[in-house]
Each structure stands twice: as structure tokens, then as C-alpha cells.
Design a protein around this ligand. Structure first.
Ligand SMILES: Cc1ncc(COP(=O)(O)O)c(C=O)c1O
Length: 460
């Protein structure tokens, strides 16, 4: 046992112990049975135990769970300290790394919150407040998706909807298919739920569309419980076509799998429209939608989402998960009910604005020699292949070593959007969430950065 015991000249026994907690427990237990009588054991801030008979035991902090050690840092946020340091040096950082829209949250939200007259911000119903759920029913009605009241459970953002859905669909150790590159936080949610994500590759050359049904089927095993789709997609901007959705449906029915559809970017389509899994015939018991107001109404900090399914048993579980965390924020639901009830009037101007941003960003990217990307049709991201050998290093270097006219650009490195090691090493996701001139400038900075970076770090 890695514990050292050294009697000192004053007769006090000093023990030093840098061991895992199980050993420490054993040791303290033995100590308390020594013939010194009963001992008080206290813990100092440094993690030093001392007992009433003068014994000092140094211990390390308790071990973390295996799950905790697996939890990845978000590639979207991990460069933030470097960005903050650049800002402290007086450099303006264009944030293309995070999907935070700069569009104003509509006034209906604030008006409703300000008109709230209750004297207590009380717990709401675990399913969500009636006004908000009914407004969502009406919203879905306008999309020709009739829903019952109990088909909807309000969640704390789309994030909680994803976690709830994964935990209900799969046992720890079960597998869930996901098309990579994928929204990086699925990794974290899968770890929390103990679920294994099985990546199915999509390729830039195919516009990141789904591979054939046969190819997808090769990844299905007896442990597969669900297929995640993200439509429109973050990070690729790809919008799935009917044929792809029908392929997913056929596989789900053949293998009895849930289809967990992340549709938080539903309105962000620049040519055509996105089809919801709730519109696909035959999937009534299999389709689960994870939805959010974060992007649709520029309400990211409101943390308002929902999980939606016509599968009764599934929704009963969603409600029980909801009951365990009591409810979501009451005031934000009040504001959101008014927001959703305001209808679609904000969508058209918003999509026009994002189309301009996409076009500006894409055009500028086209001007960079050897930069490869497709023009995306949805969401507000472009996944681009950069002419650099190590995107993680380049993205950090842009913040630590580069500036042009006191400006630089932050991007989200590609590897974090893949589960397969070695993929995405020269890719990055760009979020075109700034106005068109700023997007152009941000990409121009990338162009200059690439030139300088490659003159120092030779590209293979
Ligand atoms: C694809 C996708 N799903 C879910 C979320 C989570 O959204 P929310 O802010 O509602 O938790 C995001 C946020 O960026 C996203 O891009």
C-alpha cells in the first residue's frame, strides 16, 4: 500500500499518502481501530487529514467517474481562452467559431416577460406551460404537422431534448448511428447517457449527403437502437432530400430503430424547404424530433427547446424525465409563447439576411487558393477543407500569432465534429453569423493567415 508512516521525534505519527480513495478509506479504518481510542478526523483545504491523536494523512482528491474522464471539451469553445487573450492585447476577433446569431430577439418576447404580473416565479408544469405548448401546436399546424398536446414536452434548450431522447431510446452500452461530421455536442450527450455513437461517414464531395441505404445498414448491429439525423445539418449545412429520409425510414422500420431528428435549423433553408421526420408516413412510432427556439428566434440564452413524438410511451418517459428536474424556466416560457404566437413574420427577412451572409462567405472562400468547400443549403455553417496540414494548430495560431490591422478570426477546428480518429484534420467549421461585410473580412483574414502560416509551417 503506497502509504509512508514516519514516527517523528515528538512521538507523533505522520503519514503521507497519495493513493486512490479506496486505500485511504482502508487506512483510516485501520487507524481508528488502533488502541488510541476514538479519533476525530478532519480534512484541511489542501486535502490533509489530521486526527485527534496527531496523525496527518495527505490524500489526493476523490477519483472522478469514468464517464467524467471521457467528457470532451467542446471544439467550439476550447479556443476561447486564446481568443480572450488576443482581445486583451487589443485585437478584434471575428467569431466564426460559434453559432450565436447577432439578430435581435423579437420584441414580443420582452413585452410578454415585462407584462408578467405574478408575484411569485413559481415552478411550472413539468411538461411545460400550457400557453407555450399550445403555441407550438399551432406552429406545427402551419407546417401541416398536426400534434396532440401530449406529443410535446418543453425542455431546457434543444440540448436537454437530445439528452432526454438518447437516454430514453438506448441502454448504456447500446449503439446509435450518427452521420459524421456531426454536431459536436452529440459526443458529450452520448457519454452522459452511456451510449456509443457509431459514425457513418459522409463525404464533402457528395455535399455531405447520406450514403446509400446499404452502406448505412452495414453499421447496424443487434445493439443499435437509433439513428440520429440533423436536418438541416450542423456543421455541414446539408439539407436532406425525401429519398434520404425515406431510406432512413426504411432502415428504422426494418430494424425497429428510433429516428432521433435534430431539426433546430428547420427554417434555415436557402433553396426549397426541409422535410420533418414528423411528415414521413410510417414513422409515427419511431420518429422523435428535438427542437429549439435558440436559432429560429435568436433566443440562444433563453434555453427553450422541446422534444416531440407521437409515440405515447416515449412521451410518457419524456414527461417523467421532465418531472425529475421539475420544470424549465417559467418566465422564458411566457416570453416564448408570445414569440411563437407571433407567427412566421420574422423568418423571411432573417433567411434573406442569412442567404446574403452565406453567399458572401462562400464567395470569399472561393478566392482562397486550394480551399475546398461546397455551397451549403441550410443552417448557417460551412464545413471547409483548408490548405493547411494541421487545422488545430492553425486555428490556435490565428489567435496567438496572427493579426492584420489588429484583427483576426476564430474558427472551430474540424476534428471535434468527427468520431473517427484522423478525420477532419484540415477541416474547419465556419459559422456565418456576422453581417455580410464582416463575414467577408473574417474570411479575408483567414486567407492572409493561411498565406503567412504556410510560409512558416510548410504544408505537406
Ligand atoms: C444541431 C444543433 N442541435 C442542438 C443545438 C442545441 O440548441 P439549444 O441552444 O436549443 O440547446 C444546437 C446548438 O447550436 C445545434 O447546432
Amino acid at each position: 500500500m503506497p502509504v509512508s508512516v514516519a514516527p517523528s521525534r515528538d512521538g507523533i505519527v505522520h503519514c503521507r499518502c497519495f493513493v486512490i480513495p479506496e486505500y485511504v478509506r482502508t487506512f483510516v479504518w485501520i487507524a481508528s481501530y488502533r488502541p488510541f481510542g476514538a479519533h476525530r478526523i478532519s480534512v484541511s483545504e489542501e486535502g490533509a487529514f489530521s486526527s485527534s491523536f496527531g496523525m496527518n494523512i495527505m490524500i489526493s482528491a476523490p477519483e472522478l467517474s469514468h464517464r467524467a474522464s471521457l467528457m470532451p471539451a467542446s471544439p467550439i469553445r476550447k479556443l476561447v481562452p486564446l481568443g480572450d487573450a488576443a482581445k486583451q492585447r487589443g485585437i478584434h476577433v471575428y467569431h466564426l467559431n460559434i453559432g450565436q446569431p447577432d439578430i435581435d430577439t423579437p420584441v414580443e418576447f420582452f413585452d410578454a416577460v415585462q407584462s408578467f404580473k405574478e408575484k411569485v416565479i413559481a415552478y411550472g408544469n413539468s411538461q411545460g406551460i400550457r400557453l407555450f405548448i399550445e403555441s407550438l401546436q399551432e406552429y406545427y399546424d402551419t407546417l401541416s404537422i398536426p400534434l396532440l398536446y401530449d406529443d410535446i414536452v418543453i425542455t431546457t434548450g434543444g440540448s436537454e431534448a437530445i439528452l432526454f431522447a438518447l437516454m430514453a431510446a438506448a441502454e448504456p452500452g447500446d449503439e446509435v448511428l450518427v452521420f459524421e461530421p456531426f454536431y459536436t455536442n452529440y459526443n458529450g450527450f452520448a457519454i452522459m447517457a452511456g451510449v456509443t455513437l457509431v459514425p457513418v461517414a459522409t463525404q464533402a464531395e457528395d455535399g455531405f449527403h447520406l450514403p446509400s441505404r446499404e452502406e448505412i445498414e452495414k453499421h447496424i448491429t443487434p445493439r443499435t437502437r437509433a439513428i440520429i439525423i440533423c436536418n438541416p445539418n450542423n456543421p455541414t449545412g446539408t439539407v436532406l432530400g425525401e429519398k434520404e429520409l425515406h431510406d432512413v425510414r426504411d432502415l428504422a422500420l426494418r430494424h425497429n430503430l428510433y429516428v432521433l431528428a435534430d431539426e433546430v435549423y428547420r427554417e434555415f433553408v436557402y433553396e426549397g424547404t426541409a422535410t420533418s421526420v414528423l411528415q414521413i408516413e410510417g414513422l409515427e412510432q419511431h420518429a422523435v424530433v428535438m427542437d429549439s427556439l435558440s436559432k429560429r428566434y435568436s433566443l440562444c440564452g433563453g434555453r427553450m427547446g422541446s422534444v416531440i413524438s407521437r409515440n405515447r410511451a416515449f412521451m410518457e418517459v419524456m414527461l417523467r424525465f421532465g418531472q425529475a428536474r421539475l420544470c424549465t424556466a417559467t418566465l422564458e416560457q411566457v416570453g416564448s409563447a408570445a414569440l411563437v404566437a407571433s407567427g412566421a413574420k420574422y423568418f423571411d427577412p432573417m433567411i434573406r439576411e442569412y442567404r446574403q451572409r452565406r453567399d458572401a462567405t462562400y464567395e470569399e472562400l472561393q478566392n482562397i487558393p486550394d480551399m475546398l468547400c461546397r455551397k451549403p443549403n441550410g443552417a448557417f455553417y460551412i464545413m471547409a477543407q483548408f490548405p493547411v496540414s494541421d487545422i488545430e494548430d492553425f486555428a490556435a495560431w490565428m489567435l496567438t500569432d496572427f493579426s492584420d490591422n489588429n484583427e483576426t478570426t476564430m474558427i472551430a477546428p474540424g476534428p471535434g465534429f468527427y468520431a473517427t480518429p484522423g478525420r477532419g484534420l484540415n477541416e474547419a467549421r465556419l459559422a456565418y453569423v456576422l453581417n455580410a461585410p464582416e463575414c467577408r473580412r473574417a474570411v479575408e483574414l483567414l486567407a492572409r493567415g493561411i498565406e503567412q502560416y504556410n510560409s512558416v509551417h510548410r504544408k505537406d
